[in-house]
Design a protein around this ligand. Sequence first.
Ligand SMILES: [Ca+2]
Length: 507
Amino acid sequence: MTRNGFVQWHYDVADQIASGPGPMTRRGFLQSASTAALPPPERKPNVLVLMSDQHRPDWLTCNGVNTVPTPNIDRIAERGIRFTRAYCPYPVCTPSRMSFMTGVHAHHHGVIDNRTTLDWRRRTVAHAFASAGYVTGLIGKMHFLDGHTHGFDFRLGFNDWLMYLGPKARHFADEIASYPGYEKTIHDTGSGLPEIDGLWPGNRSPWLGTATPKQTLASDLSAEDQFDSFVARETSKLIRRYKDQPFFAVAGFLKPHAPFHPPREYADKFPPGRIALPEPGDLSQYPGHVRAAAARYREMGEHRLRMIRAGYCGNLQFVDACIGEVYRTLETEGLLDDTIVIYTSDHGEMAGEHGLFQKFVFFEPSVGVPLIVSYPRKLARGKVSDALVEYIGIYPTLCELAGLEPPRGIEATSFANVCRNPAHRGPDAAFAEFALASAPRYMVRTARYKYNFNEGDRAELYDLESDPGERQNLSGTAAHARTERQLRDRLFAWYNPERNPFKERRK
Ligand SMILES: [Ca+2]
């Protein structure tokens, strides 16, 4: 079987599953419903979730930040509502994504790190849409192995891309190995190499021990061979194939997440020598985990950090182009008005602020996410909302906007009311948590303040109105004692650290 033949086979199998062998298939049911004597019901909207990985929320040209041009994401914002204060529930890949899928926080779904898998019994947003007659597809990254178990009629992931790449996959192994500390993780399921244990001999990557950490910025893979191009192409195919019935599609892009090696034409736009690193500022007021992480990055040296930031910039501009490719498919198929499009990311990226890179912290660039909701048939266009909304709320919001039954047994709150009226104030707080098994920490963010409770370490309190850069930790000051106490009570009412069972389990 050729590579293209493999992908075609996958679609044919998925189509059979979607059509089903029985006398009353999902498609047959929809057809029979539309031929009954009653007028046909209003057609359900399609749903397309475009999810990048690690896109810091403020880096959008439509937000007035020109560090990296994002013309394609800007076009989605022109046709929708852009949220400036959206938060992920747990700033690392898998726990955050499983909250998107299930509508519950990590302390309930139990996926508290990238090595834990989601309980198969958890109902997901994909189950909800499949039950409502949608064809459901997941193309790309999501951090679980079996899409069918979690509600998707079919999926294509890293393994399918690696099969498409064939021997060129070793370039990707070299790119993963280039990130300091990642040499040993090239067989890690979370990093993009083989996701299915047993697919390769000895449950190991065939490149284990042979990868050569990449030293230069530009990827050795062409733009069209990149994972995100594969995701864009296959998502576009799915849209074209299922355009006549409602589809629920998730496109999970890998970039701007590491490896920080954009295709050459994007790497050339951001020469590391011209990349400015932010001044870390006074770190003494921050808790120990922030100071320790900043020290580790400082040791990597300025050249390395410039390379990382340059690669991040090139990655972001490239993934913007891939997102644009999928969006243009909706456009050329005439589906824009009747498709709910979400653009978001599973968490942000510090990109050097406070001397930090990646995520793992509750500073705004890390715990914040970009979030755009577009549904031109029903919602206003070109609006901006500063309501506090949560990434975990996407599931009930999509159900409400698509006219599905409200999901039961979840804790996420729909923000469909803000989508319908962008002037709506929205919820009065957003919550997050992190590292529940090792050094638990928790965040509450209100319209004005952010309070972080760090177990065994000093707390943090920021006044985001007067200090949006979070440079002045007000925790422990007499002038803010009452505010701090109130926020702490609010946080513990949401989740009391005393009830965290994960730390005990790992002892
Ligand atoms: Ca991620």
